[in-house]
Each structure stands twice: as C-alpha cells, then as structure tokens.
Write a protein that binds this ligand. Sequence first.
Ligand SMILES: [Zn+2]
Length: 267
Amino acid sequence: MPEGHTIHRLAARHRELFAGQRITVESPQGRFADGAGRLSGSVLRSTEAYGKHLLHHYDRGTVHIHLGLYGKFADGAGAAPAPVGQVRLRMRTRRNWLELRGPTACEIVDELQVKALVSRLGADPLRDDGDHEAAFERIRRSPTPLGALLLNQEIVAGTGLIFVTEVLYRAALLPTTPGRALTHEGWQGIWGDLRVLMALAVGTGRIDTVRDEHLPEAMGRAPRVDRHGGEVYVYRRTGQPCLVCGTPVRFAELAARNFYWCPVCQH
Ligand SMILES: [Zn+2]
C-alpha cells in the first residue's frame, strides 16, 4: 500500500492539473456513476491528503478516495484515451485527463463525514495541523510495541512499514519497545524525523532514509536494488550488513507485519 507521501504527491499533482477548472467527471465502469453525475460540470476547488486518504473538494461536494492495496491513478495531457478495464473515476478538461482504477473507496462525502474521517485519523507528519501531542498521549499509555503503534493510522496517519522501520532504526529503538517506555523527548525526535523524511519523499517520490555519510558514493558501495527504490538502513535488508556497524540485519514478524532491525544499533 502506498505510504502517505504518495498520497500527498497525488493531491499536489491533481491540484496542478485540475484546480480552479470545471471538470467533466465520469465513471466508465459505472460504480461511481451517481457521484460522477452529481459533480460533473462543477469546479474543483482544492485537493488535500490526510494520511493515506485523498480528498477532492468540488463546489458541489467532496470525493473521498482511499487507494487501498490495488488502487492506481493515471493521468495525461490532451484527449482522454478510451477507457480500458475498470475505470472507477475519470476526470477531464480540454487540457488534461485522469483515471482511477481499483480503489478501496471512491465516494462523495459531506462536511460531517469529512470531519468524522479526520477525527478517526491520527497526526499526519506531512500536515501542519498534525496533533503530535495527542499521538504521544496514546503511545505513552500503551504496552503495545512501537512498531505497531506507529503503523496505527489512528495514532499516526500516513506512515507505512518503510517509514516506521527506518525511523525506529534512526531513533536507535527496537520495534518491540513498548509505547509506554518512550520518553517525550524520544517522541519529539521520532515525530521531527518523520516530518523531515516524509517531506523529502514528497519531493523525490521515493523513500530515502540514510544520512549523507551512509550513501553509496560516501561508502563506496553499490546502490540498493529494490522495487521500492531509495536508500534505507534496514527495511528489506535481512542478512545484509548494517550500514553503520556491519551486523547482519534481522527480520521478524510482529503484529502480522514484517519488521527489520539491527540488533546492535537498536536497543
Ligand atoms: Zn548496526
């Protein structure tokens, strides 16, 4: 599933392509036909992301989109291509088009539903209104491992396994550390680090978490080869040497998720 930086990038991309314009909205597949009919011909006012949720605000209503595991956007310039496959949502102007396939959610929501959605979500490190103190209140009372707490979208919104794995490495904390063992200072460090790393990923479109001195060119090592791209310390590096101490990176399942850590650097 895409992590929050991808959704924030999509919000920015859709704003750039369509904001302030009257949009033809369609649902070639038919499953969003009612919503498309209601919005088509109205102006897209703005777009925004909350964690992994995307909102398109039109003057006649708001579309809530959650990509889930299989959702995918495509866009382009010029006339929209004939729809191929299950296109849930299509947006077009004379200049640009966009298609959405396979989302978990694509629905019209009213203001109360937007409020309810946002109130269920935790602090988003990519938003300035992210309430990280409220997140800490949840974390410091919990015996649950930090690895699971930081993935809980009701506590922190937008983080996925790569950011959580890497931010815990950078904080020198094991993913199994119980939430209640985290100090306020420790939390401030993690939160600040998430904000920096995730903002960087919004800019580049990939997740890089290693410090300059651990980049391939600085260490004279080959760049990482992985479909996720990006240079990381431990994520999916099981058995490979830790970039800092050389100890083989460990792997285990925790709360039904995969975790990676260095047994020497994290304790
Ligand atoms: Zn290490």
